[in-house]
Design a protein around this ligand. Structure first.
Ligand SMILES: Cc1ncc(COP(=O)(O)O)c(C=O)c1O
Length: 419
């Protein structure tokens, strides 16, 4: 039966951005018998030490008197109390904050948190004024593309490019000469470290954005899915920022728990209360089993330790493999530029003046057994035509060293042929 969908139903039943291409990749891999090197995935690698940590705390929970209370009862919308307590204690100690329980909200994955925020702060006000969701630096996380029930609310800004021609590296910076945050802005949102580029906005850039948003009481949502203290997938120094209009958001997905769906928001109690109500209406609360094991892993300090000692070095090393192989294999005469690897689990390659586009390049790479993600899927909200959008690819750091090295060598050959 073909359902008669509402405008919202129609919008929400479509796949956006990278989800669309993931369907094609799934089809490609289905009957492939392992002939592809898959450099497209965003699923974290199962690292033995990390799996062991979650196994240990699961066992502890199973053996404890709390088990029944955790899984056999409903809980508070805000989150499982011992998890909130563990976060308050850890963050107050670690970052010298004065958080109380009212500053915290636990959500089923951080994606849902961005959905609440995009629709609580962005879209039409009761006075029929359109409040924008501003992404200050494009390219950005493709998952922001499907968040808003009011698609014209999403607005992204083109970045400034800092290019190092000699070393074939580049970095995106927010273009403050263009960026507009004012009374028409409902909220600002960005990932730091960034998926897909691995960029980390500098502390002073973040402060500047927060300051721009302050006069109009605009919440600034900082997506720290890859940030410290867990999963600590920053390869460069960065300070997590809190307070005022900032909502600091985290995810335990890249700390080994994507299946359990745990997101964490830390912010002003009034902002948190609005998001909490959204959550109550939508799903009552986050599942409690994952929250209960997370509470133990955070309270003991072990999660932050494993993040620094195991998770970060694992992906940082993978980036070195990408970087060193490309340096050796890519022709120096071609205008290729790798984004500075400052964090996350991806490398981002820009091929300036590419004679084809990113989708055709994706198809060419498939022919030599390498799957990457075409970059144009990572510009949600950027309406301006910009050739750069079609000149980039995202390379996942989740494959083995050998696969990455071979993949990059094949990529270099294909790119040389295309130019
Ligand atoms: C930047 C960023 N934010 C948010 C998410 C969503 O994460 P989750 O809903 O698993 O917490 C992802 C997932 O890959 C991401 O890369």
């Amino acid at each position: 039966m073909q359902p008669l969908l509402t405008k919202i139903g129609d919008r929400m039943s479509q796949l956006t951005g990278v989800r669309l291409i993931m369907k094609d990749i799934k089809e490609t891999l289905k009957d492939s018998k392992g002939q592809y090197i898959n450099l497209s995935t965003g699923n974290p690698v199962i690292l033995p030490e990390v799996e062991q940590l979650w196994r240990k705390y699961t066992q502890e929970l199973l053996d404890s008197a709390d088990y029944g209370k955790v899984v056999c009862r409903y809980g508070d919308s805000q989150g499982y109390e011992p998890l909130i307590e563990a976060i308050v204690t850890d963050f107050n100690r670690r970052y010298k904050l004065n958080l109380t329980h009212r500053h915290i909200l636990i959500t089923p994955g951080s994606q849902s948190l961005y959905f609440y925020a995009a629709n609580a702060f962005g879209g039409y006000t009761s006075g029929e004024k359109l409040k924008q969701i501003v992404l200050p630096l494009s390219p950005e996380y493709t998952g922001y593309g499907g968040l808003t029930l009011q698609p014209d609310a999403l607005v992204a800004y083109k970045p400034a490019l800092e290019i190092d021609e000699a070393s074939h590296r580049f970095k995106y910076r927010p273009d403050f000469s263009q960026l507009k945050i004012d009374e028409n802005t409902g909220c600002v949102m960005f990932s730091r470290p960034c998926n897909p580029t691995g960029n980390v906005l500098a502390d002073d850039e973040v402060r500047k954005i927060a300051t721009l948003a302050e006069p109009d009481n605009v919440p600034v949502i900082i997506d720290s899915a890859y940030g410290p203290p867990f999963p600590s997938l920053n390869f460069t120094a960065m300070t997590p920022l809190f307070g005022g209009n900032i909502i600091h958001c985290m995810s335990l997905s890249k700390a080994g728990l994507p299946g359990e769906r745990i997101g964490i928001a830390i912010g002003d109690p009034q902002l948190i209360a609005a998001l909490e109500c959204f959550q109550t209406n939508m799903c009552i609360h986050s599942p409690r089993y994952g929250q209960a094991i997370a509470a133990r892993a955070i309270a003991s300090g072990e999660l932050a330790e494993v993040a620094e000692a195991v998770i970060r070095p694992y992906y940082q090393h993978k980036f070195v493999v990408v970087e060193s192989t490309l340096d050796r294999a890519m022709p120096a005469s071609l205008p290729w530029f790798l984004h500075r690897g400052e964090g996350a689990i991806f490398a981002w390659l820009w091929l300036q003046d590419l004679p084809t586009d990113d989708w055709k390049l994706y198809e060419e790479l498939k022919k030599v057994g390498v799957i990457v993600v075409p970059g144009s899927t990572f510009f949600p909200g950027l309406r301006a035509e910009w050739p750069h959008k079609h000149q980039c690819i995202r390379i996942s750091l989740t494959a083995t060293d050998e696969e990455i090295a071979t993949g990059m060598q094949r990529l270099a050959k294909v790119v040389e042929g295309v130019y």
